[in-house]
Ligand binder design. Structure first.
Ligand SMILES: *[C@@H]1O[C@H](CO)[C@@H](O)[C@H](O)[C@H]1NC(C)=O
Ligand SMILES: *[C@@H]1O[C@H](CO)[C@@H](O)[C@H](O)[C@H]1NC(C)=O
Ligand SMILES: [Zn+2]
Length: 989
């Protein structure tokens, strides 16, 4: 019997005979040997002169996909997919105890949290010991493994914070993951890498990248690199060591020993039939040597696991124990291969010890293609309504968090029952999963995500009501109108007198347009200072009536502009003056142009389509034609059987079909708003809208139900064709933060062979895209994640909605054909905000515009007149923050402390006015909170800043620099794109 050496650095060598443990089927009677700690200290010894193969036992547990997160946890609905996470954890914990050499990593805290709650003290003690000895190691550690294309950085930071906090609260320092692990997401965002670096991760591993990119990297031994993930942050702040795993996240062919696999076990009794040790060992050595050819060091990693594996962990461990034993036995005969149980962090430590220089990566990994006609660029847009609901939920969560802090303990438990922000925090964290907001889940699972968010809303609304009652002094019950986007709000439709509270979660004052469904024709709107506000009543459009169907009956919309102070509210009162039966109708034709103080928009008098845009301040003008089209989804063809589906975008022609060259047009012109209403077909319409005092043009589109009776799947886009000389370049944001340049038919790090001229040029946007030339920049700001491209110079197209009839064979097993509330196809409404500016000042407009859509004001309503001592205006800040500073997080941490994140929202070179360091004094921040202590933390809030000590890596170009901080602890300086995270101890004043 062979003995395996398990070496623990910083401690006497422990010689443990793995074989002996194998034969002991029950738990050790003697105490388990203790290593000196978790983390890098607990890493097994390796053989410096040999090729070391790090076997990483792991399971990939989707936080919802074919089944809901709870079905996956319990193992319900195994008829859909056999998967039960509770059994995985039960089984692994049992198997780990049998041998201290064994390792396991766990990734998704959403599941671990569920499991931990259900364990008794004894199991918890055992698990804690396994964690403290580094035998069970948490990797990544967020609530889920977030999608990278369709998530917004604010929600990603929150979901990581939630998971990492649970791990720290439960296991302390040994629960802190060292490595980020995104083995399944379908392409990788630079901003994610930047966030991971700022969260203190030492390295990052992933599984999926473009097949051409991978082939080239394997050849060049560039599977591992240093990703410099920010153009603004000083290296190494956003430098992240990044490794591409050799085989996605699966084991090598022939070595899958899960109960769900059918590879041969290690059959090692020569007396029995099918003895296979020699072939298995030879095969394994061959795979290891081949793999080593694509990597730089004498260490390689193998992911021993896959989706929902280890439910019966004995199968895996029993066979891996033998594999290790028999492969290493060959060393006596001169083999130079050493196999060991390991973890991603132990593998990473060896790479670090190798002290090499690594290739530098500065762009990102989008779009992802797994073959010539398989571009995963459809999910950038899939399930557009869920994508919007997720984004709106983030806005409400930030408001809920802020009001929990401002309202104090009464906001949790006040006159309107018990409210909390935790339900929404968890629902939002689940929604960040790479099969949630991405839109790649089954329909019933998408419904479950939305339901969780809706329950989160209900809990937050109670909290918000309580908090606003405290802050305003008025207990009058509040209602929320969640359906204003379809012009439904029972209170405003019927009430003769009501008030509306506008809460603004941004750290600067805002002006916002409000449309309320009403049935009167004249109203008096009074602001908090008693001044009458200009308000206008306009007819509800036919498109809106078609959209809301029988969910509301208002004939008109009351439109007015409101203002609200930073991190605070204003309350408006609205009184019906006239309810006559005058029939308001829009004018049945398009104007040649409409304009306000800042913008002029022209329309083609023959077609009614948008034809030009002028910035009246800068005197810039562009030609601009806009229309709607659909790509005919491929069902597969002779080149490839690949159809378009939830993940994959594959049009069957590069020329999209025009929905109408000449929409029906009508218009509405008032002192508050001007609208041109365009109806392209019964299922596509748009309102081109210009508000008084606004520097952006609003394009409100409504698409659906997409007809599919003709048997054709449809992917609907809007395209803006301008005379801007964009020279094949366009720009897209990464997770809502920094912007990357894109070039048609081009990738910065390899020689692209373009095989899908449209789908292969699509990129995700979360908040904006733009094109520009020397003179002009046209920016589109959006309110949800979408796919975008520029196929022609001067053109920008945005995919809005998709309805497909085929499954794209990536596992989801359903065509993406959302039924919507009435089962005849989902209708979706959204907005694009369009600006035209000189390129030099574009960011000064699009940064605040995008932030304003992400954190939009929350409206709440109270029936009747308010008591006269009601406080109508409130700000939680002493003053607005400087324009460069975004208040990213204000959230109650525990009874005495508040988590605060301040962000510099400009890149280093994008604004002459704002791309400079900016200083904020923490003690002069809040108006009702006194700050009595402050400690800076890592971005994920699971480590004190002073304890952060990441492994440093050397890229082959560009240096690393060290930065220091000095000075007054209350004076906080932010560099461009920097986020700083603080735990504040506070007292209510
Ligand atoms: C790492 O390599 C550099 C040269 O590339 C050398 O100067 C340095 O001493 C090495 N560090 C260690 C710990 O071996
Ligand atoms: C981590 O948790 C421990 C308790 O387990 C606590 O003392 C410590 O302050 C936490 N660290 C951070 C950064 O929150
Ligand atoms: Zn997955």
């Amino acid at each position: 019997m062979m003995c395996v050496c398990v070496c623990v650095p910083n401690m006497a060598l422990l010689r443990v005979c793995a074989g002996l443990f194998l034969l002991q089927l029950h738990v050790h009677s003697s105490p388990i040997p203790r290593s000196s700690g978790c983390g890098y200290q607990s890493c097994p010894a390796t053989q410096p002169q040999m090729l070391n193969v790090h076997l990483v036992p792991h399971t990939h547990d989707d936080v919802g996909w074919l089944k809901t997160v709870d079905q996956y946890y319990y193992g319900g609905r195994n008829d859909i997919q056999h998967a039960g996470v509770q059994y995985i954890l039960d089984s692994v914990v049992g198997e780990l105890q049998k041998d201290p050499a064994r390792r396991f990593i766990y990734v998704e805290t959403a599941f671990f949290y569920r499991w931990w709650k259900q364990q008794n003290q004894k199991t918890r003690r055992i698990v804690t010991q396994l964690v403290e000895e580094g035998r069970l190691e948490f990797i990544n550690g967020g609530w889920c493994m977030s999608d990278e294309a369709t998530t917004h950085y604010s929600a990603v930071i929150d979901q990581m914070t939630l998971g990492l906090r649970f791990l720290n609260d439960t296991f302390g320092e040994c629960g802190r993951p060292r490595v980020a692990w995104h083995i399944d997401p379908f392409g990788h965002a630079r901003e994610h890498a930047s966030l991971f670096a700022q969260m203190g991760f030492d390295g990052f591993f992933f599984g999926r990248l473009d097949y051409q990119d991978k082939a080239q990297r394997m050849k060049a031994k560039e599977m591992e690199m240093v990703w410099r993930a920010s153009e603004s942050l000083k290296p190494p702040t956003a430098d992240l060591f990044t490794g591409v795993l050799p085989n996605g996240y699966n084991p090598p062919t022939g070595f899958c020993w899960d109960q769900s696999c059918s590879d041969a076990p290690v059959q090692d009794d020569p007396d029995l039939e099918d003895y296979n040790v020699d072939t298995l060992v030879a095969n394994f050595l061959k795979i290891a040597r081949t793999q080593a050819q694509s990597y730089k060091t004498n260490h390689i990693i193998m992911t021993m696991g896959s989706d929902f594996q280890y439910e019966n962990a004995n199968l895996w461990y029993k066979n891996m124990d033998k594999l290790i034993r028999y492969v290493n036995a060959q060393q006596a005969k001169g083999s130079q291969v050493n196999v060991l149980y390991s973890t991603p962090s132990c593998y990473l430590q060896e790479l670090h010890l190798a002290n090499l220089t690594w290739p530098l990566k500065t762009d990102d990994f989008f779009p992802y293609a797994d073959d010539a006609h398989n571009f995963w660029s459809g999910y950038f847009t899939s399930r557009p309504a869920l994508k919007r609901y997720e984004r709106l939920s983030n806005s409400l969560l930030q408001t809920c968090n802020q009001l929990e802090v401002l309202g104090g303990p009464k906001s949790r438990n006040g006159p309107h029952g018990e409210g909390d922000s935790d339900t929404m925090k968890r629902a939002m964290a689940v929604a960040q999963h790479h099969d949630a907001v991405s839109g790649t889940e089954r329909q019933h699972v998408a419904n479950d995500y939305a339901k969780r968010l809706a329950i989160g809303w209900a809990h937050c609304q109670v909290l918000v009501s309580n908090s606003l009652a405290v802050l305003s002094g008025s207990d009058v019950p509040r209602t929320f109108c969640e359906n204003l986007n379809i012009t439904v709000c029972p209170l405003s439709e019927s009430s003769e007198k009501f008030s509306m509270n506008v809460y603004n979660p941004l750290a600067r004052p805002i002006t916002w347009s409000v449309h309320l469904p009403v049935n009167g024709t004249l109203y008096n709107v009074i602001d908090p200072n008693g001044q009458t506000v200009d308000s206008q009543v306009i007819p509800v459009s036919k498109a809106t009536q078609d959209l809301r169907r029988d969910r509301g009956y208002s004939m008109y919309e009351l439109v007015f502009m409101v203002q609200a102070p930073p991190m605070g509210f204003s309350t408006y009162s609205i009184t019906l003056l006239k309810a006559d039966s005058t029939q308001l109708e829009p004018t049945p034709k398009a104007p040649v142009s409409m304009q306000n103080e800042y913008l002029m928009v022209t329309f083609d008098p023959n077609t009614g389509l948008l034809s030009g845009l002028t910035n009246l301040e800068t005197k810039q003008s562009i030609q601009l034609k806009q229309n709607f089209y659909w790509y005919n989804a491929s069902d597969g063809n002779v080149e490839s059987t690949q159809p378009s589906g939830a993940y994959i975008f594959r049009p069957n022609s590069s020329t999209p079909i025009t929905i109408s060259e000449k929409p029906d047009v009508s218009c509405v012109q008032t002192s508050v708003v001007q609208e041109v209403r365009q109806e392209f077909s019964p299922w596509v319409s748009q309102v081109v809208r210009l508000y008084k005092g606004s520097r952006e043009l609003e394009l409100e589109w409504t698409v659906g139900p997409i007809p599919v009776a003709d048997g054709l799947g449809k992917e609907v886009i809007t395209r803006l064709d301008s005379n801007i000389g964009s020279s094949g370049l366009f720009y897209t944001d990464s997770n809502g933060r920094e912007v990357l340049q894109r070039r048609k038919d081009y990738r910065p790090t390899w020689n692209l062979k373009q095989s899908e001229p449209v789908a292969g040029n699509y990129y995700p946007i979360n908040s904006r895209a733009f094109i520009k030339d020397e003179k002009s920049q046209m920016t589109v700001v959006t309110e949800r994640s979408q796919g975008v491209s520029s196929i022609f110079d001067g053109s920008l197209e945005i995919m809005l909605h998709r309805r497909l009839l085929r499954d794209d064979v990536r596992g989801v097993g359903e065509p993406l054909s959302e039924p919507g509330e009435f089962a005849d196809g989902l209708m979706v409404r959204g907005r694009l905000l369009l600006t035209l500016t000189p390129p030099e000042t574009a960011a000064d407009t699009h940064r605040p515009l995008a932030q304003g859509l992400v954190l939009q004001p929350m409206l709440s309503f109270q029936e009747g007149a308010l008591p006269h001592n009601t406080k109508l205006e409130f700000s939680g800040l002493q003053a607005a923050l400087p324009p460069a500073v975004h208040l990213l997080t204000v959230s109650q941490w525990d009874s005495e402390s508040v988590l605060l994140r301040l962000e510099h929202q400009y890149q280093s070179a994008e604004s002459q006015t704002y791309s400079h360091p900016v200083t904020v004094n923490l003690q002069k921040l809040f108006s009702t909170l006194e700050i009595v202590g402050v400690s800076e933390m890592s971005l994920g809030a699971n480590q004190w800043k002073e304890d952060m000590n990441r492994l440093q890596w050397t890229p082959n170009t560009g240096g690393t620099m060290k930065g220091g901080r000095l000075g007054d602890p209350w004076e906080i300086t932010l560099q461009p794109m920097e986020i700083r995270t603080f735990l504040l101890r506070v007292r209510h004043m």
